[in-house]
Design a protein around this ligand. Structure first.
Ligand SMILES: NC(=O)c1ccc[n+]([C@@H]2O[C@H](COP(=O)([O-])OP(=O)(O)OC[C@H]3O[C@@H](n4cnc5c(N)ncnc54)[C@H](OP(=O)(O)O)[C@@H]3O)[C@@H](O)[C@H]2O)c1
Length: 248
């Protein structure tokens, strides 16, 4: 058993899976949370094999928009202190928005997927966070800082305001709260079938470094914020976007 424990939502795929791997390499035991059991199991099996640390990464199947399912994560913690909660679950939910009913559905879906997942998971684990030293990390998006995603942009921006509030509340307990805001990251399930060669090229051209981000680029930022050297960093938004948005 590792000395530290992390919970990574959306840890079965993309940025979350890369984050789970980075934290496990650093010696964390990691609980990866998502809705698809098979996807989670494939990731835990791969990581346990690669890291030769059986049981270091375990799966918890839960829809984090559902208050009835979130306690499954608390049960899986088994009374241990939680060193880091990485709220990475989320995504862009499109849908029909021609009518007010459709607009309401689309906004609710984006707010639930990106905000409620983080709020419910963090609130459920708040009593278990290590004091002092716990870390809460929220994964937002460049869309929060420059728009472009409609209700998705608004939902991710909501995480920033909530992070500031939480940082103030948890600071006296020596728990830090920070946001990692990724730019364009290829090779995840995020875009599904939506990405075109032109869309890819446009996003790459938007960066100063001339390439798409990788899940490992984002995982590296989370790893830093989850680690012991980031104890004096709280209430911050760290953009990891190849320079697509400057200093916001
Ligand atoms: N890729 C990009 O360019 C990009 C850019 C900026 C920000 N981001 C953000 O980065 C985060 C990770 O995205 P990604 O690119 O790695 O895409 P991804 O592969 O689609 O990852 C999203 C993960 O969230 C999980 N998830 C979604 N809703 C959930 C729910 N209700 N309960 C539990 N788990 C849920 C999904 O698993 P299940 O479907 O199995 O539940 C999936 O593993 C997201 O918050 C996304 O908005 C991505």
């Amino acid at each position: 058993m590792g000395e530290r424990l992390a919970v990574v939502s959306g840890g079965g795929t993309g940025i979350g899976a890369a984050t789970a791997e980075a934290l496990a390499v650093d010696g964390f035991d990691v609980l990866v949370v998502g809705r698809r059991e098979e996807t989670l199991r494939a990731t835990t099996a791969r990581l346990s094999w690669d890291l030769a640390r059986p049981g270091a990464v375990r799966a918890v199947v839960a829809d984090l928009t559902d208050p009835q399912q979130v306690p499954r994560v608390v049960e899986a913690v088994e009374g241990r202190a939680v060193d880091a909660v990485v709220n990475n679950a989320g995504g862009y939910l499109g849908g029909e928005a021609e009518t007010l009913v459709g607009i309401a559905e689309q906004w609710r879906a984006n707010l639930e997927a990106n905000v409620l997942t983080a709020v419910l998971l963090t609130e459920a684990l708040r009593p278990a966070l290590r004091r002092p030293g716990g870390r809460v990390i929220l994964v937002s998006s460049i869309a929060a800082q420059r728009g472009g995603g409609g209700p998705y942009s608004a939902a991710k921006a909501a995480l920033h305001g909530w992070a500031y509030d939480l940082a103030v509340r948890l600071g006296p307990e020596q728990i830090t709260v920070n946001v990692v805001s990724p730019g364009y990251v290829a090779d995840t399930e995020f875009f599904g079938g939506r990405m075109t060669p032109e869309g890819h090229a446009r996003r790459v051209a938007d960066t100063l470094v001339g390439r798409a981000g990788t899940p490992d680029d984002i995982a590296a930022a989370v790893r830093y914020l989850a680690g012991p050297s980031a104890g004096y960093v709280t209430g911050q938004v760290l953009g990891v976007n190849g320079g697509s948005v400057l200093g916001r």
